[in-house]
Design a protein around this ligand. Structure first.
Ligand code: FAD
Length: 474
């Protein structure tokens, strides 16, 4: 048990600010908030505070600033880099946005929604749908992750190809700064060139610069026609060519274009009940794609079928199934969304969330696969992800018959091999999951001194006493 070093007076003042129901301080109830979902990080805090209003957030942060007590902001705790989990020193407090979850405004004419930081992503999608609009951010954790967390990690998901990542979907932010001041930047404007774009500083900052308490988000017309297809492709280059053709023929209506390796599909079919290969035979690579339009008609269907037919004639695809109902489309997407859980059930795995230019994915994959096989023989490559964004989850599963701990002990070496190849393609070693605690050291090997220096100077300027999520990112 770690000794608590948050002064009792600070804890008392926090309890007073939020009142009963606004905090958790007994160890059994705290436990789920102190663990990263992959079980890699565990923390300790004397109190988890759950403010209900922005004013309460501001007052809690002011008390902590005065006392020099560090704060770890937490949303849905679905992040994969350990950013939302406190250290095990007991000297920080955890601040959960869960109760700050009002939808403040929806403006269908301006195509914006103003939401509080603790709103769960799927609730924001539903609120948008209720006024016949689409909020396009979508990821497998959408039933638990929160908008504040999505913005703080600049979440990607399946629709980045068409709509951009969380960063592209935000027009304005409200942020409680490390000294407790509230910055009201909730502008609903698409154009505002009045100096530095401050909101972008806080997006992707993983809670190290302030607490996002509300955001203005962009909405789009609801799709009225959707086409989904699961396609066996000849190889990765052919998959990239298919994407290009599909964009041209559909006039850029491709929402999502996901790559799935046979090994990844096999894990799903083995470990997840009620799943089946939608195609008759197995193939090395598959693509799952969805296209949508806000008008109804045959145009999308025709574009998809023509693309598939000409790719088949060229020998670029082997087989395909086009969903004929929403339910069938959802079943195809379940295959893709179940991969992380199937990996977890399968056992030890070493994960990489990388991106390279789309035109170089095939070369990257060939080089990286050869190099990791040379490092650990018979390692199983479980590659899948957002091919349309150049973002591949290049995951490595323990070779059959190898001791899991022995495999995991190769993690640092394998990470270096993969990350160095990523860098040689001018790629990113963390395309969408962020840095958190996991990659804090490794980013220094891949970002230039100038980049690290600017990041550190921004951190010092906004949070001079390093009270916001210390020990994460920078
Ligand atoms: C099954 C599964 C699938 C996933 N798929 C994707 C995917 O496709 N794309 C993707 O990008 N990610 C994905 N993720 C990762 C994760 O869901 C995202 O990173 C998500 O955006 C995190 O949101 P959260 O509310 O859970 O944040 P948390 O995990 O609680 O926090 C993440 C970081 O943000 C900070 N933070 C949280 N809330 C705030 C706030 N209000 N103000 C300031 N800082 C804050 C925390 O301190 C932490 O550093 C997936 C995760 C799972 C479990």
């Amino acid at each position: 048990m770690t000794a608590c070093s948050v002064p009792a007076t600070v804890i008392d003042r926090i309890r007073e600010i939020v009142g009963p129901g606004g905090y958790i301080d007994n160890s059994d109830d705290l436990a789920p908030y102190l663990e990263e979902r992959r079980g890699r990080y565990f923390g300790a805090v004397p109190i988890l505070v759950r403010p209900k209003t922005v004013n309460q957030v501001s007052n809690v942060v002011s008390v902590c600033a005065e006392a020099g007590t560090p704060i770890v902001p937490q949303g849905g705790n679905t992040g994969l880099m350990g950013g939302a989990v406190p250290h095990d020193t007991g000297s920080e407090i955890l601040l959960s946005l869960t109760r700050l979850n009002c939808i403040r405004d929806i403006d269908p004419i301006n195509n914006t929604i103003t939401v509080e930081g603790g709103c769960v992503l799927s609730d924001v999608q539903s609120a948008a749908a209720s006024v016949n609009r689409l909020f396009p951010l979508s990821l497998a954790a959408e039933g638990s992750c929160q908008i504040g967390g999505n913005l703080s990690t600049n979440a990607g998901g399946i629709n980045v190809l068409r709509y951009g990542s969380a960063r592209d979907l935000a027009l304005g932010l409200e942020v409680v700064l490390p000294n407790g001041q509230v910055w009201d930047g909730l502008r609903r404007l698409r154009k505002d060139n009045t100096g530095y774009d401050l909101k972008q500083l806080f997006i992707g900052a993983e809670g190290t610069l302030g607490i996002i308490t509300a955001a203005v988000l962009r909405l789009f017309p609801s799709p009225r026609e959707t086409q989904t297809a699961f396609i066996a492709v000849q190889g990765i280059q052919e998959a990239c060519d298919l994407l290009d053709q599909m964009q041209v023929r559909s006039n850029g209506m491709v929402d999502a274009f996901e790559l799935i390796s046979d090994t990844a599909l096999d894990l799903v079919l083995t470990h997840m009940p009620q799943t089946a290969n939608p195609l008759t035979n197995s193939h090395p690579w598959y693509v799952l794609t969805s296209l949508s339009a806000s008008s109804q008609g045959q145009a999308l269907k025709i574009a998809l079928e023509e693309t598939l037919s000409s790719a088949h004639e060229l020998g670029n695809i082997h087989d395909a199934v086009v969903a004929t109902s929403m339910e069938q489309g959802r079943a195809l997407w379940r295959l893709r969304e179940s991969i992380p859980e199937a990996e977890r059930r399968d056992g030890a795995s070493i994960k990489h969330d990388i991106s390279v230019p789309i035109s170089q994915i095939a070369d990257f994959m060939a080089q990286a696969e050869a190099s990791i096989q040379a490092e650990v023989a018979r390692v199983r490559l479980v590659a899948f992800g957002h091919l349309g964004d150049g973002n591949i989850h290049f995951n490595l599963a323990c070779p059959v018959g190898m001791d899991a701990n022995k495999f995991l002990a190769c993690g640092d070496d394998l990470n270096r091999v993969v990350n160095d190849i990523v860098s040689s393609f001018d790629g990113s070693i963390s395309a969408e999951h962020g840095v958190g605690r996991s990659k804090r050291g490794e980013i220094r090997r891949h970002k230039s001194e100038i980049e690290m220096d600017i990041m550190e100077r921004i951190k010092i300027a906004v949070d001079p006493n390093s009270l916001m999520n210390p020990g994460k990112v920078v």
